[in-house]
Design a protein around this ligand. Structure first.
Ligand code: FAD
Ligand code: HEM
Length: 400
C-alpha cells in the first residue's frame, strides 16, 4: 500500500516514532484544542482526554497501522478500522475534519522529533496519515449511507418516558420518539451516543449500549453512575442520574457499533462483568424477539447479587430461549441468596463450554484480558471472540 519511496523511510523511522508516539499524541491534542476549542464542545470526550486514554488510543492506532504497512503490506487492519469508524460516525464526524487532524498531527511530529523530520520523512508520514484517513473516510461514508444519514442528521430528540432503578448505581432510561420519522433499526449489540450540555455550558457526548430490541418507538439504555474518588465523578452519568427525569428531552445519535451478533446458528457464549451486561441484554432481547433457536450461555461476574444490573430482564429472556443458561460469579456472594453462583472472579473452566461457539465479552479491560486468555487457553480461536470496551480501546494494537 505504501509507495516505494515512502516504504524504506517509514521502516527506518518507525522505531523512533513508535518510541515517541504517546508524546506526539499528547502534543497533538494540546495543540489542536488550543487552536480549535470548539472540538471539545460536542465532539471529543473530555473525560477520556483528562485521563489520557484517548491520547493512548490514537497513538496506538497510528503506530499499529504504520507497522502493519511495513510488516504485512497486503493486509488491511479491518478490526481496528471498524471500531474507529463506528465510533467516529456515532459522533457525527465529517470528512473535512481529517484535514484539521492532519495539520495538528504533522505539527506534533515535527515538534517532538525536531530535525529528524526531513522533508522526505514528513512526506512519508503524510502518506501514512492519508492512507489511514482515506480508509476511515470510506468506511464512514459507507456507514452513513447504509442508514441514509449524514453527519448532521444522525442526531434526534427523544423524550424520557421511564427511569428504572436497576441497582443502587444503575438506572435504565426508556425514551420515546418525539416525531413521526421512522426509527433507525439497531443491530444486536449496538450503542447510541448521547449529547448533553454540562453545567459549565459545554456539550459532551458519551456512548450507551442499547439494552432492548427495537419496537419502532423507543430506545432503552442503562447508565452506571461513575463515582470518581480520588478523581472527579463522571460528568455524564452524574448528570443523567441526578437531573434527567421523566418528561425531559435528550439528544441521541442513530445506533452504531461493530460488535454485533453474527447471523448464524452457532451456540453463543456471552461473558460480562458489571455494567458490561448492557450489550448482552440487547443481544438477548434481539434473540428472543426474532425467535432464535440458538443455544445461549450467559456468564456474568459482579460484586454481589444485588449489584447485578438488568438481572431480571436477562434471566427472563434466557428462559424464553430454547436453550438459555446463566452462570454467575460474585465477589461478595451474600451467602444463601444465590446458591448456584460461584464466588470470586469469573473462571470459565468451571463450566462446560459448548463446541464451536461464538463468544462476546464486555467488561473492564482486566476482565476482558483474563477471560479472553482463559478461553484461548481452552482452544477457542481468537477469530471467535469479539469484545466491547466501554472507553477508547487501548487494546487494539495488541491484536494486529
Ligand atoms: C461503546 C460503548 C458503550 C458503552 N455502554 C455503556 C452502557 O451501556 N452503560 C454505561 O453505564 N456506560 C457505558 N459506556 C461508558 C459511557 O460511555 C461513559 O464512558 C460512562 O458513563 C462514564 O461517563 P461519565 O461522563 O460519567 O464519566 P467521565 O466524566 O467521562 O469520567 C470518566 C473517568 O475519567 C475520570 N476523570 C474525569 N475527569 C478527570 C480528571 N480531570 N483527571 C483524572 N480523571 C478524570 C473520572 O473519574 C472517571 O473515572 C459505554 C462506552 C462505550 C465506548
Ligand atoms: C487517520 C485519522 C484518525 C485516526 C487514526 C483516528 C483514530 C481514533 C481512535 C483509535 C479512536 C478511539 C476509538 C475507540 O476505541 O473508541 C478515535 C476516536 C475518536 N476520534 Fe478519531 N481518528 C482519526 C481522525 C479523527 C478526526 C479527523 C476527528 C475529528 C476531528 C476524530 C475525532 C475522534 C473522536 C471525537 C473520537 C472519540 C474520542 C473519545 O471518545 O474520547 N478522529 N479516533
Amino acid at each position: 500500500m505504501l509507495s516505494d519511496t515512502s516504504f524504506p523511510i517509514i521502516k527506518a523511522t518507525l522505531p523512533v516514532v513508535g518510541e515517541h508516539v504517546e508524546e506526539i499524541a499528547k502534543r497533538f491534542y494540546t495543540h489542536m484544542f488550543e487552536a480549535r476549542p470548539d472540538l471539545l464542545d460536542g465532539l471529543f470526550n473530555r473525560g477520556n482526554q483528562a485521563d489520557g486514554r484517548q491520547q493512548q488510543a490514537l497513538a496506538g492506532s497510528i503506530a499499529a497501522f504504520a507497522s502493519m504497512l511495513v510488516e504485512k503490506p497486503d493486509q488491511v487492519p479491518d478490526h481496528l478500522l471498524s471500531r474507529v469508524a463506528h465510533k467516529h460516525v456515532s459522533l457525527g464526524l465529517s470528512p473535512d475534519q481529517y484535514q484539521v487532524v492532519h495539520d495538528h498531527l504533522m505539527w506534533a511530529i515535527v515538534d517532538v522529533l525536531g530535525d529528524a523530520v526531513t522533508p522526505e520523512v514528513a512526506a512519508a508520514w503524510d502518506e501514512v496519515y492519508w492512507l489511514l484517513a482515506n480508509l476511515l473516510m470510506n468506511k464512514e461514508r459507507g456507514l452513513y449511507n447504509a442508514v441514509h444519514l449524514s453527519p448532521e442528521t444522525i442526531w434526534r430528540t427523544w423524550r424520557v418516558t421511564q427511569r428504572i432503578q436497576e441497582t443502587a448505581d444503575v438506572v435504565t432510561f426508556v425514551v420515546e420518539r418525539t416525531d413521526e420519522r421512522d426509527v433507525k433499526p439497531s443491530l444486536p449489540g449496538q450503542y447510541v451516543t448521547i449529547k448533553m450540555t454540562m453545567p459549565d455550558g459545554v456539550q459532551q457526548p458519551r456512548q450507551y449500549s442499547l439494552t432492548k430490541a427495537d419496537d419502532g418507538q423507543h430506545r432503552h439504555f442503562a447508565v452506571k453512575r461513575v463515582q470518581g474518588l480520588p478523581t472527579p465523578d463522571g460528568e455524564m452519568s452524574t448528570l443523567l442520574h441526578n437531573d434527567v427525569q421523566v418528561g425531559d428531552e435528550v439528544v441521541l445519535s442513530a445506533p452504531f457499533g461493530d460488535v454485533v451478533l453474527e447471523y448464524t446458528d452457532r451456540p453463543l457464549v456471552m461473558a460480562s462483568a458489571g455494567i458490561g451486561i448492557t450489550p448482552m441484554a440487547g443481544m438477548l432481547s434481539h434473540l428472543v424477539k426474532s425467535g432464535s433457536p440458538r443455544s445461549v450461555m450467559l456468564l456474568h461476574a459482579d460484586d454481589s447479587p444485588a449489584s447485578f444490573p438488568l438481572r431480571a430482564q436477562v434471566s427472563e429472556d434466557l428462559t424464553k430461549l430454547a436453550d438459555g443458561t446463566l452462570h454467575t460469579w460474585f465477589l461478595n456472594p451474600e451467602e444463601g441468596r444465590d446458591e448456584s453462583a460461584f464466588s470470586g472472579f469469573m473462571d470459565v473452566s468451571a463450566v462446560d463450554l459448548p463446541e464451536d461457539a461464538e463468544y462476546y465479552l464486555c467488561g473492564p479491560l482486566p476482565f476482558l484480558k483474563s477471560v479472553r486468555s482463559a478461553l484461548m487457553a481452552r482452544g477457542v480461536s481468537a477469530r471467535d471472540i469479539q469484545y466491547e470496551v466501554f472507553g477508547p480501546d487501548l487494546w487494539l494494537a495488541d491484536f494486529q
